[in-house]
Design a protein. Sequence first.
Length: 425
Amino acid sequence: WVGVRGAVYDVRGFLPRHPGGQALLEAHLGTDATRAFDAHGHSAAAERMLEKYWVGTLQAEGACAGAEGASAAGERAGGRALPDTLRADEGGRAASQQPQQQEQSRQQQQQLPLRARSAAAGAGSDSRSSVVAGTRAPLPSASSSTSASVGVDPRRPLVWQVGALGEEYEAWVHTPEDVPNPRFFRSDWAEALTKTSWWAVPAVWLPFVTATLVAVARQRAGLPIAAAALIFTAGAGLLWPLLEYAVHRFVFHVRTRSYWGNTLHFMIHGCHHKHPMDPLRLVFPPVAAAVPVLALLGLALALSRSAPMARAALLTLHAGTVSGYVAYDLLHYSLHHATLRGERQRRLQRHHIAHHFRHQRQAFSISTTWIDALLGTSGKAAASVRGGAREAKGVALARGLQLERASRGRAQALHAGDWMHPSCN
């Protein structure tokens, strides 16, 4: 669990799906993570996701007689009782909670905007006082974007529902949700075809690249090794990034409103924007990727039918482009599910996360940023990330010692297991 702005969140189910990587969130388990959360400049969509894991607020001194009183008060108010096993262990992790209690707490949870609760939490000067949330109001931005409000039942397979959204599909699909294992089809075999593990991409396409290069070498077309290496590098480092940008911007982000247009878009890319933390619907399935790969291969063979040297060059270029695709898909997976160490990797991660959670019409490149910079599609996303971090840092500095005292006090309360059910008053 973590504490943010006086509230407690049980994030065990969210750890492997955290967009910034599991290790980054693990570093703050069992602590007050308010400063880190604000400094990162999380978007409204990220805050809405966090609310799903809300389990209570920090307990004000003397506000509740004990756990039994809190449980009884919760039952009288029609709420749920807090699990009495949620405490920090030596590693800062939450202790185990019964699955039935956890599911019940998720189903009966109500929502309160983080920013509203933050303002209320800052009203008092006592760092050990906390907000006691009664009825949690719906998020202001959730009324027109949640699945239920636009007629999508998350309990039913999604694919045949999204087409009926019409013009509302654009806003719906670009409102990310954290739903573990969303169901796409009723049929189990059709559902299985929509899921792909990350390792399937190199397992299928690296042997294909190797076979292509071996075929080129056996042709003995006279292509110098240095020229072949240069052509291969151009395919991986230049042609693929250009294709990646063009397809992402002009195909994956085309606006649709018809039934079949919405349905097709959801299948090829919209599902990733709606459920960006789904690890099995992140890389492109090899069966689907085979269509453009084989089409480009056929084009290369057709253009070089009577020219052995040209055929060797085009096949080498094709192999390099496919290698660039493999690197892209593995990088894309790591941007969503890995804690990256290098500055370049972290910059790419910030660039792509901004595309998902802030500006879906910006930051189209994944494996590089220079094309976005050249074509003017990276400014808003990059500025938003930097501006959000600067704004949060400025707020923290302005609060000064008050923030320091509040953070230490809340952290002490958290480590002591000193938190309570929202109906405890």
